[in-house]
Ligand binder design. Structure first.
Ligand SMILES: [Zn+2]
Length: 90
């Protein structure tokens, strides 16, 4: 079975997308291949194993979203290379 995910009205195979973990300030702080999970809740679990910690992170504003490879290059990569402005704006 081929798993698909919808992003902005377009479907993509899960092996062509990335899950991204965003800190409350919008900065990407983690990512994994689309195949590592199928829902935002499961993606959160990949990064934070303890339920209590996940509850706290959700309250703090952590988000887990799926993005295309192009979006990853444009919006997530700068966060990992230190070229984004998230930390400055927060
Ligand atoms: Zn950033």
């Amino acid at each position: 079975m081929k798993l698909l995910v919808e992003i902005d009205g377009q479907t993509h195979p899960l092996n062509r997308v990335f899950w991204v973990r965003y800190a409350p300030n919008g900065c990407a702080v983690g990512s994994c291949l689309g195949e590592c999970t199928t829902t935002p809740e499961q993606a959160h679990k990949e990064f934070t194993s303890r339920w209590r910690d996940r509850e706290r992170e959700l309250r703090q504003g952590y988000r887990h979203e799926v993005v295309t490879k192009d979006q990853w290059q444009a919006t997530v990569r700068p966060c990992f290379t230190g070229d984004c402005r998230h930390a400055v704006a927060a």
